[in-house]
Write a protein that binds this ligand. Structure first.
Ligand SMILES: *Cc1c(COP(=O)(O)O)cnc(C)c1O
Length: 301
């Protein structure tokens, strides 16, 4: 596990009306923060035949990495929407990437079967106390690096990341603001929060593919934690996400995936400003198909 760097973004600071810092967690081993939760969950396992999960990519990759470190077999169930580069990254770590179903929820069925019938431990991507606790180390790390942070902008999907970071950061600094950011297309947590209970949304393709997938109808932890701890929520169009990717590459020299570009996208769209102190954008992952990244960064606009 790496202590990932923070750096100031001059161009985004200008636009946001105050200091903007980038927490460069896309430089984490496996290319995303998911290793924090997965490694914590694996470290706490008893005697199991192996580990399994359903994943849009980064959690599966992190679990494969954490399992290999302790010599456990890993079967990662992925839906047909998951990009080829993310599947290849899982296989390269010695795990099986089992392609099954048209959505995250359908891929989850196969993971449940492995748990039921083959003695595997199912390590879910977000809705588990060990996962939330592991992701929460990021909140502590950010406040170690930037003790006067006023706002944390957190990419939001199932909410394990936001819940963990918010719990940890607010324990140390109660006045800190936590803003969740998702894409307009298929944001399950946003739909669930406005309905007042977990709801299913249709899963569609988005540039922020790591933010796709449901929160689970039987969500135990992250729905309530996000409802209670989040201070605001922003939704972005596909064009706004692309602008974030492009800006981070051209102005800040950082290659990130769509999910990680939402903070920059929100600042560029005028939807997020620095208020009362440093605004920290969490760059959550860097696992983007290189050809797609080149295409987006090369576009003029
Ligand atoms: C998983 C993921 C997220 C969202 O995390 P949740 O805990 O599901 O909210 C954000 N960014 C990246 C890169 C991810 O892999």
């Amino acid at each position: 596990m790496r202590l990932t760097p923070v750096k100031q973004s001059p161009a985004l600071s200008e636009l946001a009306g105050g200091p903007v810092w980038l927490k460069c967690e896309h430089h984490q081993e496996t290319g995303a923060f998911k290793l924090r939760g997965a490694a914590n969950a694996v470290a706490r396992l008893g005697d199991v035949a192996g580990v399994t999960t359903a994943s849009t990519g980064n959690h599966g990759r992190a679990l494969a990495y954490a399992a290999r470190q302790v010599g456990l077999p890993a079967v990662i169930c992925v839906s047909r929407l998951v990009p080829e580069n993310k599947r290849a990254a899982i296989t390269a770590l010695g795990a099986e990437a089992r392609v099954t179903g048209a959505s995250q929820d359908e891929a989850f069925e196969e993971a449940r079967r492995l748990e039921r019938e083959e003695g595997f431990a199912l390590i879910p991507p977000f809705d588990h106390p060990d996962i939330v606790a592991g992701q929460g180390t990021l909140g502590l790390e950010i406040l170690d690096q930037l003790p006067d942070a006023a706002t944390l902008a957190i990419p939001l999907s199932g909410g394990g990341l936001l819940a963990g970071v918010a719990l940890a950061a607010k324990a140390r600094r109660p006045e800190i603001r936590i803003i969740g950011i998702s894409m307009e297309r298929g944001a399950a947590m946003a739909a669930s929060l406005s309905a007042g209970h977990p709801v299913e949304v249709e899963e569609v393709e988005t540039l922020a593919d790591s933010l796709g997938g449901g929160i689970g109808r039987d969500n135990r932890l992250t729905f309530a934690l996000c409802r209670d701890l989040m201070d605001g929520m922003i939704l972005l169009s596909e064009a706004e996400i692309a602008a974030g990717i492009r800006h981070l590459a051209r102005e800040d020299g950082e290659t990130v995936e769509g999910a990680a570009a939402v903070g920059a996208g929100a600042v560029l769209a005028g939807k997020l400003r620095a208020r009362g102190g440093p605004l920290v954008l969490l760059l959550s992952g860097g696992n983007i198909d290189p050809a797609l990244h080149r295409e987006i960064v090369g576009e003029t606009s």
